[in-house]
Design a protein around this ligand. Structure first.
Ligand SMILES: [Fe+2]
Length: 285
C-alpha cells in the first residue's frame, strides 16, 4: 500500500496567472511566495506553497501529495507498476518546479494528474496573509471522477486512503485524522473540483461572505454547515471558474479505528444542515 502522509499543493493552468495570483491575494487572502520557473507560488500556511498558477490550460491541474521518504517513493513506483498504473519519474527540472527533492507523476483512472513527492520544501518564513481572511491551513480538495466507485477502490486499495462518509456515490476520503482530504465528486470530466483552505472560526466565514458580496464575487454555496464533517463552509467562484472554499471546524476523527463511515443520500440536506442550496454542478441532485 502506498502511504500518503500529506496533501501539499495544486498546480493550476491559468488563462492569466498574474491575474489569478492577484485574485488569490486580494480576495482569497493567500500570500504570494515567489515568481520563478515561469510560475507563481502562493500559500495559506507555513509550508512552501499550496497553490501554483502558470499560464496554460485551466484544465491542466496537478495535485501534489507527499510520501514519507525516498524508500516510500521507490515502493510506490513498484506498486504502481505492479498494478498497471502508468507513471513517469520526475527529472531535476521538474523537481525544481515542484519545489521538492524527488517525485513521480501518475494519473488516476479518471485521468486526474498527481505528483508523489519526497521532501517538498518547508519555508523558513511564516505565512503572512495578504488580507485578514483567517486562512491558516490548506486542507482538502474535491476531485472530479467519471466513476466514483471505481476511483474510490483505486484510492482505498492501492493507497492508504479510507472513506469516512459517502454522499450518494461521492466518497469523502482521508489518509489521516481529518474527516476528508480528497473527496470524489461524480461528473464527466477530469480536474480539481474545489480547493479548500481552513479558516480559524465561523466569524471569518461570515466576514468573508459580506466581503465577497460587496465585491460581487459569485458565492456558489453557503454560508452553511456540512452534515458529514460538521465544518461550516463558504464556496465561491475564482479565476477560470474554479471553486474555492473556506471552512472551519472540520471533524477530526479520533480514535480512527472506532469511526464507522455513514451513507448520506445525495440531497441538499446532506451537503448543508442549515438549508443552503449549492449552485455547484457536482453538488446538485
Ligand atoms: Fe470542501
Amino acid at each position: 500500500m502506498i502511504e500518503l502522509v500529506d496533501l501539499r499543493y495544486v498546480h493550476l493552468g491559468s488563462s492569466n496567472a498574474k491575474d489569478a495570483s492577484k485574485w488569490a491575494q486580494d480576495i482569497y487572502g493567500l500570500e504570494e511566495v515567489s515568481r520563478e520557473n515561469g510560475r507563481i507560488y502562493l500559500r495559506g500556511d507555513d509550508r512552501d506553497h499550496n497553490i501554483c498558477y502558470f499560464d496554460g490550460d485551466p484544465k491542466d491541474n496537478t495535485v501534489g501529495i507527499e510520501v514519507a521518504d525516498y524508500n516510500a517513493l521507490d515502493q510506490a513506483a513498484n506498486l504502481l507498476e505492479a498494478n498497471g498504473v502508468e507513471f513517469k519519474w520526475g527529472d531535476v527540472e521538474g523537481a525544481t518546479t515542484r519545489r521538492c527533492m524527488k517525485y513521480l507523476t501518475f494519473y488516476d483512472p479518471t485521468g486526474n494528474k498527481f505528483d508523489l513527492l519526497v521532501r517538498p520544501f518547508t519555508s523558513g518564513r511564516r505565512y503572512f496573509p495578504s488580507r485578514d481572511a483567517g486562512v491558516h491551513w490548506f486542507n482538502h480538495i474535491g476531485l472530479k471522477t467519471k466513476d466514483a466507485p471505481r476511483d474510490e477502490k483505486f484510492w482505498c486499495t492501492l493507497f492508504n486512503l479510507k472513506s469516512n462518509d459517502w454522499i450518494g456515490d461521492a466518497a469523502l476520503m482521508s489518509f489521516d485524522k481529518v474527516h476528508h482530504r480528497i473527496a470524489l465528486f461524480p461528473t464527466n470530466e477530469t480536474g480539481v473540483q474545489h480547493i479548500n483552505f481552513q479558516v480559524r472560526e465561523t466569524d471569518d466565514l461570515m466576514r468573508s461572505s459580506y466581503f465577497l458580496k460587496e465585491r460581487q464575487i459569485r458565492i456558489v454555496f453557503g454560508p452553511g454547515r456540512h452534515a458529514t464533517s460538521g465544518a461550516r463552509f463558504l464556496y465561491f467562484e475564482g479565476p477560470d471558474g474554479m471553486v474555492y472554499e473556506y471552512s472551519c471546524g472540520v471533524k477530526i476523527i479520533e480514535p480512527e479505528d472506532q469511526w464507522r463511515p455513514r451513507q448520506f443520500p445525495f440531497t441538499p440536506e446532506s451537503f448543508c444542515v442549515w438549508g443552503s442550496k449549492p449552485d455547484i454542478p457536482e453538488f446538485r441532485d
